[in-house]
Structures are given as structure tokens and as C-alpha cells.
Design a protein around this ligand. Sequence first.
Ligand code: GLC
Length: 460
Amino acid sequence: MNADALASAYELLHSSVMTCGGEPVGTVAAVATYGAEAENYHDCFVRDFVPSALVFLADGQPAIVRNFLRTVLKLRSQHQRIHGHQIEPAVLPASFRVTTDETGRERIRADFGDHAIGRVAPVDAMMWWVILLNIYCRATGDKALAAEPEVQRALRGVLELTLREGFEVFPTLLVPDGSFMIDRRMGVYGHPLEIQSLFYGMLVSAIELLRDTPESHTLLALAEKRTNMLRNYVQLFYWLDMERLNEIHRYRTEEFGSGSINMLNIYPESIPDWVVDWLPPRSGYLVGNLGPGRMDFRFFALGNLLAIIFGITSPREGQGIMRLYQDRWDDLIGNMPAKLVYPAVAGKEWVFMTGSDPKNVPWSYHNGGNWPVLIWAFVAAAMKTGRGDLAQLALDGADRALPQAKWPEYYDGRAGNLIGRRAHLNQVWSAAGYILGHKLAEDETLLDLFCAVDQREAAG
Ligand code: GLC
């Protein structure tokens, strides 16, 4: 471990704390360097705050996390009508900021996507909020917050919204493009893996937090049923290894009726070339997205890592994903852990998929960039599957490079060896993710914050 690097990360984390009325309520996305940040990087993003929150909890400083959870909840009242339709009251903001008016009074302004680039819907925020609330309860033993009527109402609201009957025939959750960490057009509409992993983590957390009252009884039963269906479905249909690739390669198509094997009618012709040579034996992963006639074969790191952390994958699958990391280290970890999506899309595919987004050019940003924040999730998944060796290797890479480079948001290049062309420096979740990665590697019991103890998987 590099003590100077940790000290530098802590300095950034502490300088990023955002206060309201003198109380800490969150951390900003990036601390100003040369005034070059995007306008909303002074906001506290719900998803960005998660690694910060976990560090504060592990350090025995729960107040900021409790304030954050309360603040985000109160912000629901700021919902506005957008183009004539009301946003669901359960939807939580992507981010918020503290502003001061002429009289010096502080106000918090929420962004429900209405201020964001592309007006993307932050579906993951409500999931993270529930998951973080449960982690807060587990870490502090403070059950009072979750028992508050307003919190119980909010939990019911999130469940009602996500479990509501729609037009769907799958147990997975249908979302628009850019509704999670990848908050730009990247062909991630439909049933992206990261949302399904978060959905599962949220359901398990909500079941633990919601009191069984006449008002919540039916919802709880529904949530339990959905949790099981979701886990089975993801395991069955998202999982890809050599055996399964062989099956898909020889799939019968256009089958009718309930007995069909290729239920989603995936055409073998849609298997991309790269995957055939790339997928090593005895390893596998969960594909990025799934829908009728559509399998997105790209590897999405956070969805896979969270699936391990929340216990969606079986122990064998967890081992398979970590073996993929081991065998394809240069592609998936490279110089700076870790690749967000592999591989990048290029050429016409990039034009159609991203709408010619210059920030998402091949091997940059969301399109194959490397994101230091992913270190914490990688270390957590590695520790959970008994691969502390891989966790250590990833941390070693970060130790050397991150503080010197001033905690960049992301790296470019196939190997992640270039600081992202438009990356912000002093990006807070890069530092918080790094601290958390070290903490998880040193103290495995922190993993219990994410899942029940009996779910720990031994090395296979
Ligand atoms: C970018 C990322 C998003 C993150 C935000 C603030 O928009 O894609 O996931 O929350 O920056 O860091």
C-alpha cells in the first residue's frame, strides 16, 4: 500500500464535502482545478456519492451518509412537469447542488435529468438510494432512519414504480438509453445489465428494510417473487461461456410457442467476430443487454461486478468472471483499472449507436475508456470470489499512477494508458473508489455490508 497515495486521496475526499446549513450532505463530483469542469461537476451525484459514503461509513463517520439519504428523499418534492407529464414521485434525482440566493439563504436544487446533457433519466439513483440505506443500517445498526414513516413510504414508492405491470414480458426492468453510470447514448436502452444488477440489489435491500404492514404486505410478496425470477432469468439468459456460445452458434430460430429454446430469437449471425476468439475456456460473463432478437455481447464491467457483489451470479459464474479478468487482463484492466465496456464500437456502428458522440469515440470515456472508480467494485468482487491476488494486482497499478495524475475521471486507449482527453482531474469517486478498494482488500468483513454473510463464496 502507498501511504502517500492514500493521504492524497483522503485530502481530495475531505475537500469535496458539500454542506448545507453547516451540515455535511454529500461530496461534489470533481473539485475545481482550473475552472475547466463541466457545469454540473459541482453537483453531488447520487451514484458518485456511493463510494464516498462507504468510506465514511467504514471510517465511523455516518452523519454525512444519514444527511445525504435524508436530503435526497426531501428533494422528491422538487419534481416538475416536463413536457406535460409528471415524473413518478418515486424517482430520485441524479444529482443536487447547494445554491445561495441574494439574501444569503442556502437552497438545494435537484436535477432529475431535466438539467442533464441529453435529458437522460437517472433510473439508477432510486436503486442506489435504497441499497445505500440498507448498507447504512447494517454498518451503524441504526434502524430508526429506515423505520421513519417517510422513508417507509419512499421504499414502497420505489417498489410500486419498479414492480408495476407494464407492457413487459420479462422479469428484467425496461429503461431508456443512458439511465445509469453510462449516461449518454450508447445503445444501452432496453434491459442493460447494470440496471438489472442494481434492480436486484435494490429489491433485496428493500425486502430487508420494509416493515411488513397491511400496506406493504402484497408489495413485499411481489418483491420476493420478482427477486427470484430476476436472478434465475439473468443466470439463464445473460450468462455467456464457450458452451453457451456453441449453443447460440447452432441455435434454431423463429420458433413458436412455449417450448422454444431460443426464446428471444437470437440469430446466430449476430454473434460478433471478436467474441469467438476472445472468450477463453473455463471463463464467462453476463452479456450487456438482452431483448427480442438482440444480445449485446459487449462486456460491461460494473454490471458484472455488481452481479457478483449482490449475489446474482452462482459461485461458479463468479469464478468464471474473475478468470476472464485474469486471462484477458490487458483488455479488461490494462494500465488503469478498469475498462468500463469492452470492446469499443467504431466506424458506422459508432455513428449509429452513439449519434457520432465525439466524447464517446472508440476507446474513450463510456466507449471503452478505463475508469479508476471501478477499482472498488473490482476489489469487492475479487475478494468475494477468493481472488485477493487479482485485487492486489489491480490496486498496485492504481497506487503508482493515480495520485501523480491527480485522480483523473477516466483514461483513454485500448490499454487505458492515456489520461482521458476530456477527463476532469480531482474526480472524487476516483479517489473514494481507490480508498475503498484498499479497505476492502484489507478487511473482507466490509463485504458483509453488501450481502448476507452466508452468501460469501469460497475460491473454487
Ligand atoms: C459522467 C458519468 C456519470 C457520473 C458523472 C459525474 O456523466 O458518466 O456516471 O455520475 O459523470 O461524475
